[in-house]
Design a protein around this ligand. Structure first.
Ligand SMILES: Cc1ncc(COP(=O)(O)O)c(C=O)c1O
Length: 378
């Protein structure tokens, strides 16, 4: 099998897996217990917190552990929006982009039903955000701006600096979904100057079901859940110690090796994209992209059929976000770029990872032409 779907999830790094096994076997205590078993579990979590903080340029006391990127996004949006509105009832606006992950869009829609006003950025055909539309939208009534750092389907990277500055100037909080950026570009939350940033372990060779929300020092969110003191009362519930240990180890490996992995996957992606262009592929997305992602369309070749044919040939790719694949609805991201339904249904995303090789890339480029021909002539 060849796995080219690392934006959906990454296979766990063996060393992170080993740490989790160890933790499950040996760490028996509840991290909130005062006895030595509890202290051992607490120590494991705090080590993991330091490791994840190091990957993203945060202080460890600025990280709230969650059960993944989706929860981090929800905690950020609900927590920040209500915090702002309770301070000032006129702050009812949330500014975001239509290209956000369903986790952010879902949280925003729930807030919309609760009386917040949602204002979306304008987007150009390559997925670039029209900066002026955001500057115009972010005003004194804005509670929160939420814009991703990297797009899950296109790989587009978004320079946020000017927008963060403008948001802070008018008193709005700024959240970025950095789930697809971590490990793929150097992320430094302090340099970005955002107030909140979401991360997920399973996109950086850690386990599924673990994530983190960076919340700038001193920012106390309104919690989604009540009834426990864990994570400074902002995310109650007994921690998933082993998963967090795996997250920490994956982050530590990222600090040590991510720059090399980035160079490796970028070379693979460019090799693949160059080969695919010779087969007539069009690229969806902008020039400013993370190094591992390429979203392609071949005229007259249905994306879903291509993904299924590749799967039969032992190759895993995707038509878009994992949660929308399996359905015949075109990707909302591509529709937001102004593509027609028919056009959007052609898209296939290939996303590379550290264990992929140029032989795999060449093999897929070799099997693509007959598959494309077969689909076109069916
Ligand atoms: C940009 C982005 N945000 C959030 C998520 C959700 O993360 P998780 O799967 O950990 O809930 C994903 C996962 O695909 C993502 O790509």
């Amino acid at each position: 099998m060849i796995y080219f779907d690392h934006n959906a999830t990454t296979p766990m790094h063996p060393e992170a897996l080993e740490m989790m096994h160890c933790s499950l076997r040996e760490v028996v205590g509840n991290p909130s217990s005062v006895h030595r078993f509890g202290r051992q579990a607490r120590g494991a979590i705090e080590r993991a917190r330091t490791e994840v903080a190091a990957l993203i340029g945060a202080y460890s006391d600025e990280l709230l552990f969650t059960a993944g990127g989706t929860e981090s996004d929800h905690l950020a949006l609900h927590g920040a929006a209500w915090l702002q509105r309770h301070k000032d009832s006129h702050r009812r606006r949330i500014v975001l982009s239509p290209l956000e992950h369903p986790a952010v869009l879902g949280a925003a829609q729930a807030l919309g039903k609760a009386g917040f006003e949602l204002v979306f950025a304008k987007v150009s055909s390559d997925g670039t955000l029209v900066q002026q539309s955001l500057i115009d939208a972010i005003d004194e009534s804005t509670a929160l701006v939420s814009l991703q750092l990297a797009n899950h389907e296109l790989g587009n990277l978004y320079p946020l600096g000017l927008l963060v500055e403008h948001a802070h100037h008018v008193g709005a909080l700024f959240h970025t979904d950095a789930v697809q950026a971590a490990g793929k570009v150097a992320v430094d939350v302090h340099a970005l100057d955002v107030d909140l940033a979401s991360f997920s372990a399973h996109k950086i060779y850690g386990p599924k079901g673990a994530g983190a929300l960076y919340a700038r020092r001193g920012l106390l969110l309104e919690p989604l859940l009540a009834g426990g003191h864990q994570e400074r009362g902002q995310r109650p519930g007994t921690e998933n110690v082993a998963a967090l240990v795996g997250f920490g180890k994956a982050a530590k490996l990222g600090v040590a090796h991510a720059a090399d992995w980035r160079e490796h996957v970028t070379a693979l992606r460019d090799r693949f994209e160059g080969g695919a262009a010779k087969l007539g592929a069009r690229v969806n997305g902008s020039k400013l992209r993370v190094g591992n992602t390429c979203n392609l369309a071949f005229d007259g070749v249905d994306g879903e059929l291509l993904v299924e044919s590749l799967d039969l040939a032992g190759v895993a790719a995707s038509t878009g976000a994992a949660c929308t694949s399996g359905s015949r609805e075109p990707s909302p991201v591509l529709l937001a770029l102004g593509q027609s339904r028919r056009q959007a249904l052609l898209a296939v995303r290939f996303s590379f990872g550290r264990e992929n090789s140029s032989e795999e890339v060449d093999h897929v480029l070799h099997i693509l032409p007959p598959i494309i021909e077969r689909i076109r002539s069916a």
